[in-house]
Design a protein around this ligand. Sequence first.
Ligand SMILES: Nc1ncnc2c1ncn2[C@@H]1O[C@H](COP(=O)(O)OP(=O)(O)O)[C@@H](O)[C@H]1O
Ligand SMILES: [Mg+2]
Length: 222
Amino acid sequence: MIRVENLSKSFYHQQDESKILIDINLHIKRGECIILKGISGSGKTTLLSIIAGLDRPSKGKVLIDDEPISKLPDIFASKIRAKKIGMIFQHFNLFENLSVYENVTVPLIPSGLPLDDIYRAVDKSLKVANIYHKRSLVASRLSGGEKQRCAIARALVADPDIIVCDEPTANLDSQNSILFIETIKELHLMGKTIVIATHDPLFENLNFKSRIVPMFDGKIDE
Ligand SMILES: Nc1ncnc2c1ncn2[C@@H]1O[C@H](COP(=O)(O)OP(=O)(O)O)[C@@H](O)[C@H]1O
Ligand SMILES: [Mg+2]
């Protein structure tokens, strides 16, 4: 489903090269739940951004269902992303002035789907994410846990095969972190392919099948 092949990423400051990702190879099968585990600065966010086609590698490539998302022009990469990848971030990244319902609708606006289909998809993902009861509330009035549930609903609304989460529990208390993991378990049972970057120890002993991929200094030890 996802293949990362010989991937490297460097940033340059004048002539100084800093190597952020070094020759990464990672194969993720359909339906797998991957925990990308590493301390801050190990390159997790950079790797997730390249997998999602938001950033480009310096060397190597990323294939999503055999399509080289990392080599395609932005317009095609973003089409693959919109169709196949839902993203969940540490800081939720919601439109604070829009309602929960509107936030979750946003990814489907470019789809051109009939409105009834959009409403049906939005209702369904609000229910899966357990935030349907707050659908009319403006995002700025939600608690942290509720914001993350709204972000989950938004990530699910286009029914993507892949869910990518970057430090999803970093701003949640332990109770909401456990609820988040329960939702991830449901998505796993639905057959979604899930990639979670985290250093939260809660992800080390999940009660469903997952694979921990340790990352250190831009390298993966598989
Ligand atoms: N745009 C950038 N320019 C220069 N350095 C960057 C940039 N983005 C990230 N880095 C550096 O890359 C390293 C890895 O960052 P990141 O991928 O955010 O790690 P993590 O998510 O594991 O904390 C850090 O040292 C960070 O400072
Ligand atoms: Mg990060």
